[in-house]
Ligand binder design. Structure first.
Ligand SMILES: Cc1ncc(C[n+]2csc(CCOP(=O)(O)OP(=O)(O)O)c2C)c(N)n1
Ligand SMILES: [Mg+2]
Length: 1021
């Protein structure tokens, strides 16, 4: 039950006997008088050896000394004794005694301390008061009244910390008693409760601390290891009178509460049986967000990007982003037809983008809410990536113009690891958005699960402590307190550009959704909720009793908004067609036609002129800055690059260089992010050179290619996949004119980012009509490296492709482009550097955006045959979706007995084996480089070239993995199912690869045998 609160005015008197008994053994019976004395903070600051950061250390030592003088070094003991005894500045410090000498042999210390015995007691009492103040600053939030229901404690614990003064006997903890309550104490510089006073009676000190830290706001900040930031927060919450609002502010707040509340009531009245995940019980979220936005706008922010879960989303769309109400209401009409292609999404997932004038600041502001899946918190890194990109494009290097707001549910915030991953991006140079304001809609429940079963941390917000973000818990039934903390949060972000959390502690008036019965599982909580007066009513009563509004004004405000809703409802009936594109969170102005179509269905050739290739190659082989010493090994690598360029050849790394470098020339920004991407996990890339003699001096030659080129960002990420891939996806969302790539360290690690792949990348366009050109580079290949370092799981990506395996498509002139346009993503496995180069360039030169999944090789990075000539990259050349056989088999195609289709690096193993066995005339090998969308036309042509050949699909992966299940039905469709497609590859298996090198080689030998044994499939059909 609600904790019984006490404040200084109600402190219980101590009994005389206890007072005497408890104090007598601790204190000399000296008379106590109050007189100005040296307090710790001021004189210590005057000590010559103390400055800046050392004061934190001194503080620690000091508190340790207070608890037990023996716990610190003797020199500190002497110092604190002398300081307390009134030694003048500069005199308190004594050199440490030589080893072995006892404290008693230090005459000066002894004489100072013993000279003023009463002062010591005074100092102790002052220090006790300082400790008490500090206790409230650290632990006051544990006793703040945060739960509007008064049932639970927001920190899951009804324990009152021993050092918080809830009754006068608690004073004993500090060696104080009731008689000290009216004594005046000097206030330390680490508190602002005095306002203009520098000393206060203890009773008043406690009362003010209670007011600052134990009412409807609980502030958690003392873990922040920055004194300036702590002082800033203390000031915001401790200064007397900080929580005062003008009449206008109160009336605006009431009007916002009216809108928030009546919106939900309206939906409930009209569509009582529809799910909407209403905000009832936490309606103050709406004024909270509006306050944050108003204040941030006043501070110069003109673009706010938001991400949020289901709870209250429609309300936020209506009352914060200001989506037209009829557009929201028509979503409830089940007869509404979808006008757009794609599957669409439920109404509480859709995004939104709106540019408007902020009425409070009269400044332009763009608000967008990102579309998101049901997967709670998955949108967090996406919002951050999009925010970073918007900052990048407008040159907002310190986040003064663009900011993000993330909303969370209490259970999800505590439970989902992506929250932690996202926090860890917050201060990394290439990922920071310079401070995010997090708002937790803490209704103290997650579906049917109580907080005690949902988290092990006291608060749902504890995860934020890892990045030193202050956390402001606030009782959501006190709208003014909510508004206050939101103002402080916005100011914090504008001042320090760091994350901050507002924890809105409310309740959930209905079940998880409006159809759900909460009494099954939370009977007592819901009995209390039924009795709970709605926050709007409480606040209206408060303002009317204060005389801030009249009852009539309040009622008029309600009927005004109800009328707005009714009129919009009438208009919504005219909406016959639902356009998801009206719910776009990231429009790309100018990229499409006005109808949202690509401007053409052509892609220019992706090849480059000889000069461009040579120039990029030369920069890639050089150190383009003066006096820069690179590692000897790297010198050799650059030299061999130079040699390749002279012989008009590229390897994998150079192919990539050519693609990036040429796009930069064309004004396309390129961003490559992932673990260890700068050097490349396999040490092949070396995009960032490190001076061997000057710490942290680096050079990115890619940024020295052309005058006025676009920017190349290459950044090693934190060790996260889910967070970083989400971030890059968000970055890619902001503009179509950037090549954004995320590379997994080994391809299989992408599966810890599965939610981003399954929920955003694969179906994003279908759900939200929003294109995205992100590129995933997934190292893949069976190299005997064991189960976790072999497979990027092509089968999973292919299984999620939306092309039809059973339909042979109509082959028209623009078939290849149309196919790309229609697919949900592109999956390739290139076998040559030239093709890798082309597919990267095509990604930008094609007139629309699709996610591109590239399985990248490991052994081919240095394979002597995996090189391409400039001839394959010159002007007029293009990406090859299929590389036909070019061996002797192609000279006498009718005689060829077997046509082997494959993809990726296994081609080189097959080719070598064919040569070894002398079977060039018998076996043709064709490489399918673009797996999806499937090159039906080219496969058909290749099959027709070898009319008498058996068809085999060869892969190095296990049969139930890799490409077989995807490719086989499509080849069969291509050949009208007239002939079998045989399988040569590893047997089905549970793990992607063996950990045993010998087994690996055995398996390789076995499937190569099958591939080249022309009898292998005889008699089978
Ligand atoms: C990643 C994920 N796991 C599970 C769910 C299913 N789910 C939907 S809402 C919900 C409870 C969320 O509780 P909370 O975060 O406190 O938000 P609230 O609904 O209380 O606002 C759950 C478990 C989900 N949507 N996403
Ligand atoms: Mg909840």
């Amino acid at each position: 039950m609600h904790r019984l609160r006490t404040c200084a005015a109600r402190l219980r008197p101590l009994t005389a006997s206890r007072t005497v008994q408890n104090r007598s053994h601790k204190q000399p019976a000296a008379p106590r008088t109050f007189q100005p004395i040296r307090c710790f903070s001021a004189p210590v600051a005057a000590e010559p050896f103390l400055s800046g950061t050392s004061s934190n250390y001194v503080e620690e030592m000091y508190f340790a000394w207070l608890e037990n003088p023996k716990s610190v070094h003797k020199s500190w003991d002497v110092f604190f004794r002398n300081a307390n005894a009134g030694a003048p500045p500069g005199m308190a410090y004594q050199s440490p005694p030589p080893l072995g000498m006892s404290l008693s042999s230090l005459p000066s210390a002894q004489s100072l301390v013993s000279a003023q015995p009463n002062v010591e007691k005074l100092v102790e009492d002052h220090l006790a008061v300082q400790s008490l103040i500090r206790a409230y600053q650290i632990r006051g939030h544990h006793v703040a009244q945060l739960d509007p229901l008064g049932i639970m404690d927001a920190d899951l614990d009804s324990f009152v910390p021993a050092d918080i003064i809830t009754s006068s006997d608690k004073l004993e903890f500090y060696g104080l008693d009731e008689s000290d309550l009216d004594k005046v104490f000097r206030l330390p510089t680490t508190t602002f409760i005095g306002g203009s006073e520098s000393a206060l009676p203890l009773r008043e000190i406690i009362r003010r601390l209670e007011m600052a830290y134990c009412q409807h706001i609980g502030v958690e900040f003392m873990f922040i290891n920055d004194l300036e930031q702590c002082q800033w927060i203390r000031q915001k919450f401790e200064k007397p009178g900080v929580m005062q609002f003008t009449l206008d502010e109160k009336r605006t707040l009431l009007a916002r509460m009216v809108r928030a509340t009546r919106f939900e009531e309206f939906l409930q009245r009209k569509w009582s049986s529809e799910k909407r995940f209403g905000l009832e019980g936490c309606e103050s979220l709406i004024p909270a967000l509006k306050t944050i936005i108003d204040r941030s706008s006043a501070n110069g922010v003109d673009n706010v990007i938001m991400g949020m879960p289901h709870r209250g989303r429609l309300n936020v769309l209506a009352n914060v982003i200001r989506k037209e109400l009829e557009q929201i209401f028509c979503q409830f009409d089940s007869k509404l037809e979808a006008a757009d292609e794609g599957s669409g999404d439920v109404k509480y997932h859709l995004g939104m983008y709106h540019r408007r004038i902020n009425r409070v600041t009269d400044r332009d502001i763009t608000l967008s809410l990102m579309a998101n899946p049901s997967h709670l918190e998955a949108v967090d890194p996406v919002v951050q990536g999009k925010t970073k990109a918007e900052q990048f494009y407008c040159g907002d290097t310190d986040g003064k113009r663009v900011m993000s707001i993330l909303l969370h549910g209490d259970a999800a915030f505590a439970g989902q690891g992506i929250v932690y991953e996202t926090f860890h991006l917050s201060d990394l140079p290439s990922y920071t958005t310079h401070g995010t304001i997090h708002v937790v809609v803490n209704n103290q429940i997650g579906f049917t699960t109580d907080p005690r079963m949902a988290r092990s941390s006291p608060y749902p917000t504890d995860v934020a402590r890892v990045v030193n973000a202050p956390i402001f818990h606030v009782n959501a039934d006190d709208p003014e307190a909510v508004m206050y903390v939101c103002n402080v949060a916005a100011e914090w972000r504008a001042t320090f550009h760091k994350d901050v959390v507002v924890d809105l502690v409310g309740y959930r008036r209905n079940g998880h959704n409006e159809m759900d019965e909460p009494m099954f599982t939370q009977p007592l909580m819901y009995k209390q909720i039924k009795k709970q007066k709605p926050v709007l009513q409480k606040y209206a009563e408060r303002l009317t009793s204060e005389g801030a509004v009249t009852q009539q004004e309040y009622e008029e405000e309600i009927s005004k908004y109800d009328k707005i809703c009714e009129e919009a409802y009438e208009r919504s009936k005219d909406e016959k067609i639902m356009h998801i594109k009206h719910w776009l969170d990231s429009p790309w102005p100018g990229f499409f036609t006005l109808d949202g179509q690509p401007k053409s269905m052509n892609c220019p050739h992706t090849g480059l002129s000889e000069d461009e290739l040579t120039h990029i190659g030369e920069v890639a082989s050089s150190v383009p800055v003066e006096d820069f010493t690179i590692h000897g090994g790297l010198k050799r690598i650059l030299k061999s690059r130079g040699d390749m360029i002279k012989s008009r050849t590229v390897d994998w790394a150079l192919g990539e260089y050519m693609a990036f470098g040429s796009l930069l020339k064309e004004g396309i920004n390129v961003r490559l992010s992932g673990q260890d991407v700068e050097r490349g996990t396999f040490s092949h890339r070396h995009h960032v050179l490190h001076d061997q003699n000057v710490d942290k001096r680096t050079c990115i030659p890619m940024n020295h290619l052309w005058p006025n080129q676009a920017q190349y960002t290459v950044c090693n990420s934190s060790l996260s996949e889910y967070g970083v891939l989400g971030f890059e996806l968000g970055f890619a969302m902001a503009s179509p004119n950037a090549l954004v790539l995320w590379e997994a360290q080994f391809g299989d690690f992408h599966n810890t980012a599965q939610g981003i792949i399954d929920q955003f990348i694969c179906p994003g366009q279908a759900k939200w009509v929003r294109q995205n050109g992100i590129v995933l580079l997934l190292p893949h290949g069976m190299e005997g490296m064991g189960p976790e370092h072999s497979s990027a799981r092509p089968e999973r990506f292919l299984q999620m492709c939306n092309d039809d395996s059973d339909m042979f498509p109509k082959i028209t002139g623009d078939f290849a482009m149309r196919q790309l346009y229609d697919c949900n993503w592109i999956v390739v496995n290139c076998s040559t550097p030239a093709n890798y180069f082309h597919v990267l360039r095509r990604q930008i030169l094609q007139p629309f955006r699709k996610p591109l999944i590239i399985f990248t090789p490991k052994s081919l990075l240095r394979h002597p045959e995996a090189k391409s000539s400039f001839d394959d990259m010159n002007s007029g050349t293009d990406f090859l979706r299929l590389i036909p056989d070019v061996s002797a088999a192609s000279r006498s195609t009718a005689a060829v007995k077997r046509l082997v289709f494959c993809t990726g690096k296994v081609y080189y193993e097959l080719n070598r084996e064919r040569t070894t066995r002398g079977m060039e005339a018998d076996v043709a090998i064709a490489r399918i480089e673009q797996l999806s969308p499937f090159p039906f036309d080219l496969v058909k042509a290749e099959v027709e070239r070898f009319p008498n050949a058996e068809l085999v699909w060869c892969q190095e992966e296990h049969k139930n993995q890799g490409y077989y299940d995807y490719v086989k039905p499509r080849i069969r469709t291509t050949i009208n199912r007239e002939r079998p497609v045989w399988y040569a590859g590893r047997d089905p298996a549970a793990a992607p690869a063996t950990g045993n090198k010998h087994t690996h080689l055995q398996e390789l030998k076995r499937f190569l045998d099958t591939t080249f044994n022309l009898e292998a499939f005889k008699g089978l059909s």
